[in-house]
Ligand binder design. Structure first.
Ligand SMILES: Nc1ncnc2c1ncn2[C@@H]1O[C@H](COP(=O)(O)OP(=O)(O)OP(=O)(O)O)[C@@H](O)[C@H]1O
Ligand SMILES: [Mg+2]
Length: 239
């Protein structure tokens, strides 16, 4: 899978929390304009993988290459400037700023090749945010805060966006909207690494799927290959 079209490459990535060895050599690649769903059971290391790519948890071994530059161990702000955005599970917003102000805070030029996004596009995706553009973010519902976090990250015009459980705790109607937004990010040319517990959505938006277990990738394939592999579903996804 390595080659010209490769955007992000994670190779033999290890990470620890103190003495706990959590990632045991994670390997996967993301090419330009694809959505990779990172699946696995609770505790399999999906969030830690995103954090290690982002430099929030420092990798103890292995490489993270973005456009062939090794960024493993760089500071999160540097990694972000180089074109990777991260939407954490915990919503990251400025509670005392309005929706509009939060979005403006996210605006960055991004790298040359990245698709560009505007605040108005964000409002097209999520009209609810437009209605509430002058509301303090701290007064939004959990779902609205989740949307705001995702939009703010996109406004940095990333090449690839890492999204951790974006639909957790959202009403079914909003879940569908988030799914649509991810599909649209893909259509517009960005790449996505998605950690998503809801298998139906994770498989629907993905071009490729990596399944994690015990801190490494144990399966890689297409969404169809996952759906038809009952042993995989039973052993590693508990469905
Ligand atoms: N800050 C931390 N300190 C110590 N251990 C942690 C910390 N965060 C996570 N872990 C442990 O690391 C392992 C992997 O956690 P991680 O959050 O990456 O899993 P996950 O696949 O995202 O699952 P889930 O989100 O369902 O918890 C788990 O055993 C978890 O208990
Ligand atoms: Mg997690």
């Amino acid at each position: 899978m390595s080659g010209q079209n490769e955007l992000l490459s994670v190779e033999g990535l290890h990470a620890h929390y103190g003495k706990s060895h959590i990632l045991h050599g994670v390997d996967f690649q993301v090419t330009h304009n694809e959505v990779v769903s990172l699946l696995g059971r609770n505790g399999s290391g999906r969030s830690t993988t995103l954090k290690a790519i982002m430099g929030i948890v420092p990798p103890t071994r292995g490489r993270v290459r973005l456009l062939n530059r090794d960024i493993a161990g760089a500071r999160p702000s540097t990694i972000c400037r180089n074109g990777i955005a991260y939407v954490p599970e915990e919503r990251e917003i400025f509670v005392n700023l309005t929706v509009d102000e939060n979005l403006r805070m996210g605006e960055q030029r991004g790298t040359v090749d990245a698709p560009k996004w505007t605040v108005e596009q964000m409002f097209d995706y999520f009209p609810r945010l437009k209605e509430r553009r002058n509301t303090k973010a701290g007064n939004l519902s959990g779902g609205e805060q989740q949307m705001l976090t995702m939009c703010r990250s996109l406004l940095g015009n990333p090449l690839v966006i890492l999204i951790d459980e974006p639909t957790e705790g959202l009403a079914p109607k909003i879940v569908a909207v988030v799914g649509e937004a991810i599909a649209d990010i893909h259509r517009r040319g960005a790449s996505v690494v998605l950690v998503e517990q809801k298998l139906a959505i994770a498989l629907k938006v993905a071009s490729r799927v990596c399944v994690m277990g015990h801190g490494r990738v144990v399966f890689e394939g297409t969404p169809d290959q996952v759906t038809s592999n009952t042993q995989l579903l039973k052993d590693w996804l508990a469905v």
